[in-house]
Write a protein that binds this ligand. Structure first.
Ligand SMILES: Nc1ncnc2c1ncn2[C@@H]1O[C@H](COP(=O)(O)OP(=O)(O)OP(=O)(O)O)[C@@H](O)[C@H]1O
Length: 288
């Protein structure tokens, strides 16, 4: 039985007087599809930022494949197997869809070759960059073969994400829903074992959301990923996630299967509200 791919143990982070995340615990195993929900300002994106090395936790430990990664830089944590998308899309807007994904495939290849941690890493990286620059300038057969392989990988990911027809279009010209899918393709280009999706359905229409639900499950199955999704669309998150963590004011107020979470009184009061229950044809069962 393998351990978690990603783990947060007693993680807290404070900004001045504000505790944005308190004693946060999480474990993502291969094949997990989990959700992270809560009202605005609950600490969801902060949790992603701590997990991916954007913020260093004030307390606690983040582990990737059992290895403590507190203090590592985002690209080092990415190399360890964690990739993410952002609430506000962060594509290379002037690059084509293909090049957006190729950049990620190339970065990961280079990171694997060069190594990033330990003695001499910087020197190896510099030498590697110098060698790659000359190979690119001289268009050596090795460089051309590598280019073909990167293109093949990126084309495959575009196809998986239903974007093959956008191959040569600049990212900024894609419709919003496709930009979101392109961000996922780019994240996959770094060959992660865990994928963190920050509001992947934001701005999508009903049809696109339904397609995205199918796609996220397929990614989990085909790439054997662990996936953690932040999402405000309850139909999506309750529809695909097997387990859901609910945050409020930086604290975990509930964790469990969708059915448990949506009937939890604390979750209804802090987040879902009576209107959600009414839309589900239920009424608030709590005390008056
Ligand atoms: N760098 C920072 N400096 C100061 N405060 C921050 C910082 N990042 C987040 N916060 C604060 O931490 C709290 C949690 O913010 P966070 O963005 O994680 O919430 P969220 O649950 O993702 O909300 P939303 O659903 O609106 O995206 C908020 O009060 C926010 O203002």
């Amino acid at each position: 039985m393998s351990g978690p791919l990603l783990e947060a143990v007693g993680v807290s982070i404070q900004f001045g007087g504000l505790k944005a995340l308190s004693d946060f615990n999480l474990a993502i195993h291969p094949g997990d599809l989990q959700g992270l929900i809560g009202p605005n300002g609950a600490g969801k994106t902060t949790a992603f930022n701590v997990l991916t090395g954007v913020y260093r936790p004030t307390q606690g430990e983040v582990r990737v494949n059992g290895v403590r990664v507190n203090g590592r830089l985002p690209h080092q944590i990415n190399q360890a197997g964690l990739a993410r998308t952002f609430q506000n899309i962060r594509l290379f807007r002037a690059l084509t869809a293909l090049d957006n994904v190729k950049v990620a495939c190339r970065a990961q290849g280079a990171l694997h070759q060069n190594g990033q941690v330990g003695m001499g890493a910087k020197l190896r990286e510099a030498l590697g960059n110098y060698r790659d620059w000359w190979r690119a300038m001289l268009l050596t057969p090795a460089f051309q073969a590598e280019e073909r392989e990167l293109t093949r990988q990126a084309e495959h990911l575009l196809e998986v994400m239903g974007l093959a027809h956008r191959r040569n279009e600049e990212a900024r010209n894609l419709p919003y829903g496709e930009q979101r899918r392109l961000e996922i393709a780019r994240a996959l280009g770094t060959r992660p074992r865990v994928l963190l999706l920050d509001e992947p359905a934001a701005g999508m229409n009903t049809r696109e959301k339904a397609d995205l639900m199918v796609l996220i499950r397929k990614l989990r199955d085909d790439f054997q990923l662990g996936i953690l999704v932040i999402e405000h669309d309850m139909k999506l998150v309750m529809g695909i996630c097997e387990k859901i963590t609910v945050l409020d004011h930086g604290e975990k107020i509930a964790w469990g299967a969708p059915a448990e979470v949506r009937s939890d009184r604390k979750v209804i009061e802090a987040y879902l509200g009576d209107s959600y229950l009414e839309s589900q044809g239920q009424s608030h069962g709590g005390p008056a």
